[in-house]
Design a protein around this ligand. Sequence first.
Ligand SMILES: Nc1nc2c(ncn2[C@@H]2O[C@H](COP(=O)(O)OP(=O)(O)OP(=O)(O)O)[C@@H](O)[C@H]2O)c(=O)[nH]1
Ligand SMILES: [Mg+2]
Length: 168
Amino acid sequence: MKKIMFVGRSECGKTTLTQALRGDTIKYHKTQYVNHHSVVIDTPGEYAQVATLARALGLYAYEADVVGLLLSTIEPYSLYPPACAASCNRPVIGIVTQIDQEKGNVERAHNWLKLAGADPIFHVSSYTGEGIWQILNYLKEPGDVLPWETEEEANQQRTVLSDKNREF
Ligand SMILES: Nc1nc2c(ncn2[C@@H]2O[C@H](COP(=O)(O)OP(=O)(O)OP(=O)(O)O)[C@@H](O)[C@H]2O)c(=O)[nH]1
Ligand SMILES: [Mg+2]
């Protein structure tokens, strides 16, 4: 699999997507430092939000094959300057997260990622599983075996045990 580094504001859903891509149950966990998983490098949102910390992302990108800019449908503004993808040392894709949110705006988030220069752009919900198959297939390399054989199996509703505010 290609290794992808997730970048995006705190609470856009990087850690939750990491869990959903593995087929794990969803449990809230605030990311405190960079976490290397087998396919995903999960970064804290603060690295994208605070200029002095943002420099670290440039270095961590060397350890990834692809950089994924995440933006959720409920974010009121975009963190990404126009064409910022051009300054990255890796291919940059976009991931619109939380597409299941009732008050979310998928098109707005998509257009902000497009403006940033991300290509391609995926739409995903870590809760309903929609879009998981498409991301896995983008990351798949020859010889890789995915944990699911069909789109229906991959894009299944996940079990959510907790979110930021409560346990279920
Ligand atoms: N409805 C819905 N909620 C989601 C989805 N993805 C994440 N969330 C919720 O959004 C909140 C933040 O998710 P995280 O995955 O922790 O966000 P993060 O980007 O890792 O945040 P930091 O670790 O602070 O950088 C949690 O309460 C999640 O349960 C989704 O696809 N749908
Ligand atoms: Mg996190």
